[in-house]
Design a protein around this ligand. Sequence first.
Ligand SMILES: NC(=O)C1=CN([C@@H]2O[C@H](COP(=O)(O)OP(=O)(O)OC[C@H]3O[C@@H](n4cnc5c(N)ncnc54)[C@H](OP(=O)(O)O)[C@@H]3O)[C@@H](O)[C@H]2O)C=CC1
Ligand SMILES: O=C(O)[C@@H]1CCC=N1
Length: 269
Amino acid sequence: MTTIAVLGAGKIGEALLSGLIKAGRAPSDLLFTERFPSRAEELTKTYGISHVDVPTAVQRADVIVVAVKPQDIEPLLDEVAPKIPAGKLVVSLCAGLPTKLFERRLPEGTAVVRVMPNTPMLVGEAMAAISGGAHAEDHHLDLVEELLGSVGKVARVPETQQDAVTALSGSGPAYFFYLVEAMIDAGILLGIPRATAADLIVQSAVGAATMLREGDGHPVMLREAVTSPAGTTIAGIRELEKHGVRAALIDAIEAARDRSVELGKAHED
Ligand SMILES: NC(=O)C1=CN([C@@H]2O[C@H](COP(=O)(O)OP(=O)(O)OC[C@H]3O[C@@H](n4cnc5c(N)ncnc54)[C@H](OP(=O)(O)O)[C@@H]3O)[C@@H](O)[C@H]2O)C=CC1
Ligand SMILES: O=C(O)[C@@H]1CCC=N1
């Protein structure tokens, strides 16, 4: 069985570990590193996986998943580079960081796959995009696709698209949560109790997402089917247009893409 080590088990590292266990992977095939002993203890207790130090992780694992913040990558690479044996597969989940950063710092020929996942990994509904670096071969991409395929959907994209993907599907869940939060607030304004408003909106979001994924409709057609002549929906849509919500979303996603590019530039030679 492939042994996987997650370096930095924060929010996304934990989402991956939890998703892999829910998908049937044995906890004994998983390792993680963490800086805070109390956090490590909590994860071991919850998932039954072993907390190890970085040298042990890179020795024992076949696949080394880097899940620290981009700002923490340099000290981690200082620790990993002298210890990692040749022939390991390194998978980076870090926003903005190009595969060539890892290739420059790790032993010559190390296979690196850049992945942009998202937190719905926790419930087996991730969207992950993967791109191989200079030494990643098809079998490496196949292995990463199989691993992430057990916790959601996987797309292969050219690495040049990863900053845009980060903005769309990496950050994307946050924008949906933000919309849901705002819609629940609207319910409160209209006098609906918070719990009822949350039920109404969350189930509407699940229903809409299911129609988008499973139906054969285009989002425009689906929206038109809700929008009756002289009805309620068009009265709301007019307000969304007046407030520039479409342009705001486009600008938001462009800003997220630009931030991803900036995070990568901070680690250029
Ligand atoms: N959150 C998300 O939705 C997504 C995040 N990502 C990417 O995943 C990465 C992690 O993000 P996220 O999980 O949100 O961040 P977190 O801060 O929650 O997780 C990072 C974890 O790594 C730990 N860490 C830092 N340095 C080391 C080290 N040298 N050795 C061991 N552990 C270390 C941190 O510890 P400490 O708390 O002490 O700093 C923290 O627990 C980022 O690069 C991000 O771009 C990608 C897709 C989605
Ligand atoms: O906000 C971030 O930087 C990370 C990357 C994508 C989602 N969360």
